[in-house]
Write a protein that binds this ligand. Structure first.
Ligand code: HEM
Length: 189
């Protein structure tokens, strides 16, 4: 039962993190009339994702099937269970906490610092996705779900980069899409 809760919450969290990232990109580029609404959904989706990630790790800590201590939630690569993949989950969680705490302190930090730290969300997503693929079950549907989410994130990031209207950004966009496609090929092979 605990294992099912851990799995279900983690998969919904991954979808919510995908939605959060896509909406964050859309909010930055949208028209002023729609921006407030998109930002509100972005914020609520992120808060729900944090709650589900909390449930994911809390159930795994009490689940005897997985040997995880409280320290493993914050310090990566200490757990024997799929050491690298679980460590990536810890790094993703550390990044989620950093982004969430700095967002709560946004007015005190100032826009520039907050934006720089908030960009860590771009790194957090692929780390969380790789963690799920490595530590999770080998079910094909989970792989497909991860690839579908990767496609959404890949297209969102590519669109954001092409809007920057610089040659380097366009090259990065194409490279990012190529990496996403290659990842999909490897995962589904
Ligand atoms: C951003 C944070 C995180 C996200 C989005 C996330 C997401 C996921 C996903 C999608 C899976 C695969 C589920 C499946 O295949 O059915 C998974 C599995 C797993 N996660 Fe996480 N995770 C996060 C953080 C963590 C942390 C911090 C730990 C522990 C240190 C952790 C430990 C595990 C373990 C042990 C599994 C395998 C469970 C099993 O199948 O027995 N996760 N996670």
């Amino acid at each position: 039962m605990l294992w099912w809760i851990a799995r279900a919450t983690s998969l919904v969290a991954l979808v919510l993190l995908t939605l959060t990232l896509a909406l964050g990109i859309a909010a930055g580029a949208g028209r002023p009339q729609t921006r407030v609404l998109v930002q509100a959904v972005h914020r609520n989706a992120s808060m729900l994702a944090v709650v589900l990630i909390g449930m994911h790790v809390a159930t795994l800590v009490v689940d005897p099937h997985v040997d995880l201590g409280l320290v493993d939630l914050l310090v990566p690569f200490g757990s024997e269970f799929h050491r690298v993949a679980t460590g990536l989950g810890t790094i993703a969680l550390d990044l989620v906490i950093t982004v969430a705490v700095t967002s709560a302190l946004r007015t005190r930090l100032g826009g520039r610092t907050w934006r720089a730290v908030h960009a860590l969300a771009y790194a957090m997503w692929p780390i969380a996705a790789l963690h799920g693929l490595g530590a999770g079950t080998d079910v094909v549907a989970v792989r497909w779900l991860t690839v579908a989410c990767a496609a959404v994130v890949g297209m969102g990031v590519a669109w954001r980069l092409t809007r920057a209207r610089s040659r380097t950004a366009s090259v990065l966009a194409v490279a990012g899409l190529a990496v996403t496609g290659a990842l999909a090929g490897v995962v589904l092979a």
